[in-house]
Design a binder for this molecule. Structure first.
Ligand code: TXA
Ligand code: MG
Length: 327
C-alpha cells in the first residue's frame, strides 16, 4: 500500500509498524529500502525471508542522527569520524566494529556493522518518529528481490513485493544508485562499493588513500560480481564495438534494445533505443528505472554502451558491469 511520504500521519503509521516489528518500504536519496527495526532479530529475519536474501549477507542499519552510531558501533575509528563529518547525512555507508550485543541478525553475525545516516527528508522523518517509539535504528537493504534491479521509485517496490507492504512514497530517488561503502574495520579504509561519492571525494575527506577490497574483505551482496540483473541478457560494449555490432546485425527483427549515450541506431533499424543521460549524475539517477523500463519491453538482449573512463562514472560503470556479469 502506497502512502504519501510527506504526510506526517503516514510517517507516524509507518513508524508504528516498524516499532511493532513489521516491515516498511522507505525512500532514501539513493534507492528505496525495505526496513525493519535493527534491534529485533525476528523483525530483521522477515526482511531476509521477503527478499529471498541469503541470511549471511549483512544489512545496513539506518540512523536518524549521526550520533546514533554509538548505539551500534563498538569502536569509532578516526577515519569513520572524518567521513561521517563530511558526508552524513548522505549516501555513504561506514562499516565499523559492532557492539556484540547489538543487531546480530542485521549484521548477519559478522563482528562489524554497516551504518548510514540517510539524507532523504522522508527517511529522516520516519527514522526520527521510529526513534521516539524506541527504535534505535532501521536495518534496510535495497527493496528488491535478491539479485534484481534496485528500486528508485515507490512503484518499483510495489512491483517487487506487491501491495500488502506499506511503502512511503518519496518520489524518484535523487541519487539513483546505492550508497558508497567504506570498510573502516581493518586499520586502513577499503572502498567496498563506489556510489555517487567516488574515490576522489572520499579520499579527500578521509585524508588517506582507500584500498581495493581483497579476499579478506567482508561479504557484500552489492559487491557480488553478479547483481542487479534484468530479465534480458545485458552486454556492455565500448562505443566502436557497439557500432560495428549494430551494423553487422542489420535491420532484422531481433528482440534487442540499445541503451547508449553516443551510439545511435543505424538508419532503418527497428530496434528499440533508450538514450542514456550524458552526465554521470543524471545517468545514475535514471539507471535502474531505465533498466526496468527496457526490461519491460520484453527484449531478450540489452546492449549497453560502456560509460566513459572518467571517475565520475565509477558508480554507474560498477552497476552495469555487475548487471552484465549476472546475465
Ligand atoms: O544506498 C544504500 O546503501 C541502500 C539504501 C536502502 O540505504 N541500501 C543498500 O542495501 O544498498 P543492500 O543490502 O542492497 O546493500 C548493502 C551492502 C551489501 O552489499 C552488504 O553486504 C553490505 O552493504 N554490508 C552491510 N553490512 C556490512 C558489513 N558489516 N560488512 C560488509 N558489508 C556489509
Ligand atoms: Mg541491494
Amino acid at each position: 500500500m502506497l502512502l504519501a511520504g510527506e504526510d506526517p500521519i503516514a510517517v507516524e503509521r509507518a513508524a508504528q509498524v516498524l516499532a511493532e516489528g513489521g516491515l516498511v518500504g522507505l525512500p532514501t536519496e539513493t534507492v528505496y529500502g525495505l526496513g525493519a527495526r535493527a534491534d529485533r532479530d525476528e523483525a530483521v529475519a522477515a526482511i531476509f525471508a521477503l527478499k529471498g536474501r541469503p541470511s549471511d549477507h549483512p544489512l545496513i542499519v539506518h540512523l536518524a542522527e549521526p550520533g546514533d552510531a554509538a548505539g551500534f558501533a563498538a569502536d569509532w575509528p578516526p577515519v569513520a569520524q572524518r567521513l561521517a563529518e563530511a558526508f552524513w547525512p548522505g549516501p555513504l555507508t561506514l562499516i565499523v566494529p559492532r557492539r556484540p550485543e547489538r543487531a546480530a541478525a542485521a549484521a548477519a553475525g559478522q563482528g562489524s556493522i554497516g551504518l548510514r545516516c540517510p539524507a532523504h527528508p522522508v527517511a529522516r522523518a520516519l527514522l526520527r518518529a521510529a526513534r521516539e517509539r524506541g527504535v534505535p535504528g532501521v536495518a534496510a537493504p535495497s527493496a528488491n528481490r535478491f539479485g534484481r534491479i534496485s528500486p528508485t521509485r515507490a512503484e518499483h517496490v510495489v512491483e517487487e513485493f506487491g501491495d500488502t507492504l506499506l511503502v512511503l512514497d518519496g518520489g524518484a530517488c535523487p541519487v539513483g544508485i546505492e550508497s558508497a561503502i567504506v570498510d573502516c574495520t581493518r586499520g586502513h579504509p577499503v572502498l567496498l562499493r563506489p556510489g555517487q561519492l567516488g574515490r576522489e571525494r572520499l579520499e579527500a575527506a578521509a585524508g588517506e588513500a582507500l584500498r581495493e577490497p581483497d579476499d579478506e574483505a567482508p561479504r557484500a551482496s552489492g559487491t557480488l560480481e553478479a547483481h542487479y540483473a534484468p530479465r534480458a541478457r545485458l552486454r556492455l560494449m565500448p562505443a566502436p564495438m557497439l557500432n560495428t555490432a549494430l551494423q553487422v546485425l542489420g535491420p532484422g527483427e531481433v528482440k534487442l534494445a540499445l541503451y547508449s549515450r553516443t551510439v545511435r541506431l543505424p538508419p532503418g533499424s527497428r530496434l528499440r533505443h533508450k538514450p542514456m543521460p550524458l552526465q554521470a549524475d543524471a545517468a545514475a539517477h535514471d539507471l535502474f528505472a531505465d533498466l526496468r523500463e527496457i526490461d519491460a519491453l520484453g527484449v531478450d538482449l540489452i546492449w549497453v554502451e560502456e560509460p566513459p573512463p572518467d571517475p565520475a562514472w565509477d558508480g554507474v560503470r560498477d552497476r552495469l558491469r555487475r548487471a552484465a556479469a549476472a546475465s
